[in-house]
Design a protein around this ligand. Structure first.
Ligand code: FE
Ligand code: CA
Length: 529
């Protein structure tokens, strides 16, 4: 028996509660009050164009709930609807044929929240698939499929994920998402660069509409263009997504309240607020920007996959210390040598609060595997130079003391089976993580897999070869191909496969296996095969 969270016909009080199940932005309440009566929820809006053209999505699964998302896309012919609050129904079914409805929710949306819809579907059973769809007046959405996590005490046999990041719309087609949609997976783990704000005219298979976004409407338009891609919509409709962001969701190489142009922080924070708001409006995430301070939005999170795995998704951007030794005219990350600031123990990639939250969580976790998913590469990519070892200051090499704190804690607390997953660098990487990078005397304490980009171009082979030869901890590093990483976790170990195709990705591109890496339970470090 599935618990019916709300009856199909709602009393006035129930309806109010239903509307409150959306992740509330400050204006949602007033919209709901303006509407008042439950009959309005049954308004018969007649659409001329399909308002569900941006698709449906689910995310942040739990054992008894999942977040369901859509955004009404109001086109020219329906523009009059932009001034109204609209009621959207969401139904959840236990079967693909949509015969056994287990829950129905009605929520309100309107233009001030970008016509976005976030429904927390509660009262679900653990470890099973559900199907869902939205309706608004005369229009119905495509059907999405999602999945709840196993219950906390469940001894689970496996977790199968696609790890993905970096999908520059202009630099390739989202064919990898078509492939992800067809895979038998429990979830998609997306670790950042969902949109890109910028363009590189040299690598353009298709074009962004509009210029570099600055305002809420411009970020909304950019997200909507990405969601206009059928392959991306298919991957969202097929699996729940667990997400964090990196920099390009706002602007390249931003750090906390500082953008690479060293804009006045008050001005940049308004842009960050617009970017975070648009991100929330387009993603299956539960929490949006802080009502009191809309430039802040909590994205970091922890979820459990029964007793098999705890998964942390970290925020590497919002709370980080500024880049060390920046170019005073350019800001942002760069390659430095002999930068003493790197040794400053006060500097943090995650911010002190998130660092503490992560450490505490890791040290008390009872899960077999501790999976730390975050935006970028943790293993070092520095090169020996006459001026000392080089460091790229935007990645973990730019926060070496914070990295050491994270890895030293794993050693001190004797944590086993820590797997770090990342993206951002547009190359597949498998690496050993030692407290002291590349120091054979320093023990391997964790294993790292970094996924290549869905589309974004990677670095050249000359630099890649230098990185490989300067960093013995790196077991595999290839920037030439695009794709995603298949990861399967069982009580005995981790199996992974870099699923790739040639750059740039074309609509018909076929995916093969570039390399496979495993991690054995109880033995830190990646092993080929
Ligand atoms: Fe990227
Ligand atoms: Ca990035």
């Amino acid at each position: 028996m599935h618990k019916l969270s709300l009856p199909a016909s709602l009393t006035r009080r129930d309806w109010g509660r239903a509307a409150l199940t959306i992740a509330l932005a400050p204006w949602s309440l007033s919209a709901q009050q303006a509407l008042g009566a439950p009959e309005d929820a049954k308004q018969r809006v007649r659409w001329r164009n399909d308002p569900f053209a941006l698709g449906v999505a689910s995310g942040q699964p739990r054992a008894d709930s999942v977040l369901l998302w859509t955004r009404l896309w109001v086109q020219e012919a329906d523009a009059a609807l932009n001034t109204q609050a609209l009621a959207v129904q969401c139904e959840v079914f236990a079967d693909e044929a949509l015969r056994q409805r287990v829950g129905q929710w009605t929520v309100m949306t309107h233009a001030q929240r970008g016509m976005s819809v976030h429904v927390e579907a509660k009262g679900l059973q653990p470890a099973r698939a559900y199907w869902y769809r939205f309706t608004c007046g005369s229009a119905s959405s495509p059907v999405g499929r999602t999945r709840t996590t196993p219950a906390a005490q469940d001894k689970v046999a496996q977790l199968r994920m696609a790890l993905a990041s970096c999908q520059h719309f202009e630099q390739g087609h989202f064919t990898a998402h078509r492939e992800i949609a067809q895979q038998d997976l429990d979830l998609v783990l997306f670790v950042g660069d969902y949109i890109y704000e910028s363009s590189n005219p040299r690598y353009q298979l298709r074009a962004h509409q509009g210029g570099v976004p600055q305002t809420l409407d411009e970020y909304r338009a950019r997200h909507a263009q990405y969601k206009g891609d059928a392959d991306l919509r298919a991957a969202h409709a097929a699996h729940p997504w667990v997400m964090t962001w990196d920099d390009h969701e706002v602007v390249n190489d931003y750090a906390n309240d500082r953008d690479p142009k060293l804009t006045d922080p008050q001005v940049f924070l308004r842009r960050r607020a617009a970017a975070y708001q648009a991100y929330f409006e387009h993603m299956p995430v539960r929490v949006g920007p802080d009502a009191a301070n809309p430039a802040n939005m909590r994205i970091h999170d922890r979820m459990a996959w029964g007793q098999l795995a705890d998964i942390w998704t970290l925020d590497n951007r919002q709370y980080r210390s500024y880049h060390a030794c920046p170019d005073p005219l350019k800001g942002g990350g760069r390659v430095v040598m002999g930068c003493n600031e790197l040794a400053d123990a006060q500097r943090s990639m995650l911010g002190i609060d998130q660092e503490r939250w992560l450490t505490q969580g890791l040290n008390t976790s009872k899960a077999a595997w501790k999976v730390v998913a975050q935006g970028t590469q943790m293993s070092s990519t520095g090169l020996a130079t006459p001026l000392g070892r080089s460091a790229f200051t935007d990645g973990w090499d730019g926060y070496p003391v914070a990295r050491e704190r994270f890895l030293q804690n794993i050693a001190d607390a004797k944590l086993q089976d820590v797997l770090v997953l990342g993206g951002d660098v547009h190359m597949n990487v498998a690496a050993q993580l030692r407290v002291q990078p590349n120091d054979e005397k320093s023990p391997i304490v964790a294993s790292e897999l970094v996924t290549t980009s869905i589309t974004s171009r990677g670095m050249g082979e000359t630099l890649a070869a230098q990185i490989r030869s300067n960093n013995p901890d790196i077991a595999h590093l290839r920037p030439d191909e695009r794709g995603f990483t298949w990861v399967q976790i069982t009580p005995e170990g981790v199996q992974s496969a870099f699923k790739t195709t040639a750059n740039p990705v074309q609509p018909g591109s076929a995916f093969g296996t570039q390399a496979q890496f495993a991690v054995q339970r109880g033995v830190a470090g990646v092993v080929k095969g």
